[in-house]
Design a protein around this ligand. Structure first.
Ligand SMILES: [Zn+2]
Length: 580
């Protein structure tokens, strides 16, 4: 068994996937379900099968083993996934070089980021860090928070990292790090971040993959300078603080979305641990999905000045599009959450979060202020103000529920509302649960996958059955037959390897459809399936045997011809008897 196989058999796929996706146990032993992290959905079609150690989404088709999952969600290579899974489970990797250039590059970049983070922190703690420490103290960030968030400062000289990296990393790796920049005349490198307050940005597993750098002196432009896109850091995927916040998000069953690094730290310091921010970009759907993996409820808290409100509006739309339940906390003008907490205290802020109104009520409240609510027309206008947002709700039932609720809230006749929404309300998303496999095929295949004894006992008989030709899963059966004929120990991966995409999909459908049986039960089930197949259609079985005999004759396989002829004879006699 190679290391990957060994690792796979010693780690728990449910636990590993469970760190990214909230999984619920289903009625069937060893099966778990959750919302798919790879596509937008409201009802779970993402399955994990603990016994088979595999996952499968019947919505978007993603599926595979633990490494396939980690590769996809962390967007890393197979080798890196192997390393990550081994590390998290405290299993030593065999010493081996990074083999593919991509992993090698990313390994080097990880190391550079670690060095940068500890260098920046040491700078902040040195006498040169006094100014920055004073600035942070002024903003109420105590030393404990500084350590917890790994804050630091970059050296103003622009050579500190370059010197630390010198000789240790290849120039082509340096160039892609986003931490140093090439001089225009090509004579070497200089540090990208100079004399800035540095916020390390982590991926979901807690590794530093980028930085946000805030100017410390007024007049330093830009105010915020962030790491560029690198092979490690893909802005649209990363949420600031998610690695620290995710447990709290699950516990509270909601997240708090703010805008900046300082907001996160301020709100976090107030005891609100479930807080995240998009990293200096407008919120993307990949970021929203990362949030949704931990809870589908979110409170957006923002400064209602024009820029803040517009940004919030965009974020909210994105959140709604991904089917999150959004509530809203609107702070006083010109106060960001960090300052609000400082002025009003942590308890007041937490109270506002708890009592935050649902987005559609908040929007309705804004509409109330705009229109004359004493008249029917005014109320209808207010409703029309909210209507476009309601219209965007993908789910028809939810759309109607929200529309009725808002109409009620604004005092608008529900009948008018229904008229307004009855046009153009075809369901936007169709859930595709994958192809249907008839129960007999499914049970038979599953018992064969589960039991060596079932394979030994049933496959020889099954091979000759014409009924197989009519199976939706006939290619899977045939691949299984030829593997079995090869005499090597059965492995699911080998079977998958022999299938095209469509058949591999069918195989997943089958694997996830039923409970995995113990050896003995599987063998019994396989025999029962075989009997019922034979009983179902004796005539076509006989026809099938005739075809097989002809084929064997053509091949000149006399032994096979004789054996099949004997079988045909037996069947024909049985068939004749049963008709009497
Ligand atoms: Zn999916």
């Amino acid at each position: 068994m190679d290391f990957a196989e060994q690792l796979k058999s010693s780690v728990d796929i449910v636990k590993t996937i469970g760190e990214y996706v909230r999984l619920k146990r289903t009625g069937t032993t060893g099966r778990y379900m959750g919302l798919c992290p790879f596509h937008t959905e409201k009802t779970p079609s993402f399955n994990v099968n603990a016994t088979m150690q595999r996952f499968k989404c019947f919505g978007c088709g993603q599926g595979g083993d633990i490494f396939a999952f980690v590769m996809e969600i962390e967007r890393i290579s197979f080798f890196e996934a192997l390393k990550l899974v081994a590390e998290r489970n405290g299993i030593a990797m065999p010493r081996r070089e990074y083999t593919d250039p991509d992993s090698k590059l990313r390994g080097a970049l990880m190391e550079m980021h670690e060095i940068a983070a500890s260098t920046f922190q040491a700078n902040l703690n040195s006498p040169n860090g006094l100014e920055a420490r004073n600035y942070l103290a002024g903003r109420g960030v105590n030393p404990e928070r500084i350590t917890e968030f790994g804050l630091g400062i970059s050296d103003p000289g622009g050579q500190q990292l370059v010197r630390k990296y010198g000789g240790r990393f290849a120039p082509e790796h340096l160039e892609q790090s986003g931490l140093v920049m090439k001089r225009q005349d090509g004579s070497g490198f200089f540090d990208r971040f100079r004399g800035r307050l540095m916020f390390p940005i982590h991926n979901e597993s807690g590794k530093v993959i980028g930085f946000g750098g805030r100017a410390l002196r007024s007049g330093d432009e830009p105010k915020y300078l962030n790491s560029p896109e690198t092979p490690l850091y893909r802005k649209s995927y990363v949420l600031y603080n998610l690695h620290r916040a995710k447990d709290a998000i699950r516990k509270a069953d909601y997240s708090v979305l703010v805008e900046g690094y300082m907001d996160v730290i301020g709100v976090y310091a107030a005891g609100v641990r479930n807080v995240v921010a998009s990293c200096g970009t407008s919120l993307t759907n990949t970021q929203v999905r990362a949030l949704k993996r931990h809870s589908d409820r979110v409170v957006v808290t923002f400064d209602p000045d024009a820029a803040g409100a517009n940004a919030a509006e965009r974020s909210i739309q994105m959140l709604l599009d991904e089917s999150l339940q959004v509530r809203v906390v609107e702070l006083e003008v010109d106060l960001d959450p960090d300052e609000y907490v400082k002025q009003n205290g942590a308890d007041t802020y937490r109270g506002r979060l708890e009592k935050a109104p649902a987005y559609f009520h908040w929007l309705a409240d804004r509409a109330r202020k705009k229109f004359d609510m004493h008249t029917v027309e005014g109320r209808m206008q207010a409703f029309k103000f909210v209507a476009p947002a309601i219209q965007r709700i993908a789910d028809r039932l939810e759309r109607f529920a929200v529309a009725n609720d808002v109409a009620d809230y604004l005092g608008v006749d529900e009948k008018l509302v229904r008229d307004h929404f009855s046009k153009g309300t075809a369901e936007r998303r169709v859930v595709n649960r994958g192809p249907e496999v008839p129960p007999n095929e499914r049970l038979l295949l599953n018992s064969l996958l589960a039991s060596e004894r079932a394979r030994t006992e049933v496959i020889p008989a099954l091979r000759e059955m014409a009924a197989i030709e009519r199976f939706i899963t006939k290619n899977v059966f045939k691949a299984l037959f030829s593997l079995h004929a090869g005499g090597i120990p059965f492995r699911l991966a080998d079977l998958e390897g022999r299938l095209g995409d469509a058949d591999r999909d069918l195989l997943s459908v089958v694997i996830f459809a039923d409970e995995v049986l113990e050896e003995e039960k599987a063998a019994i089930q396989a025999s029962a399936c075989l009997l019922s197949l034979r009983a179902q259609d004796p005539k076509s079985e006989i026809a099938g045997l005739r075809t097989l005999i002809k084929a064997a004759e053509r091949e000149g396989n006399i032994q096979e011809v004789l054996r099949l002829a004997e079988e045909l004879d037996r069947r024909s006699r049985r068939e004749a008897t049963s008709q009497l």
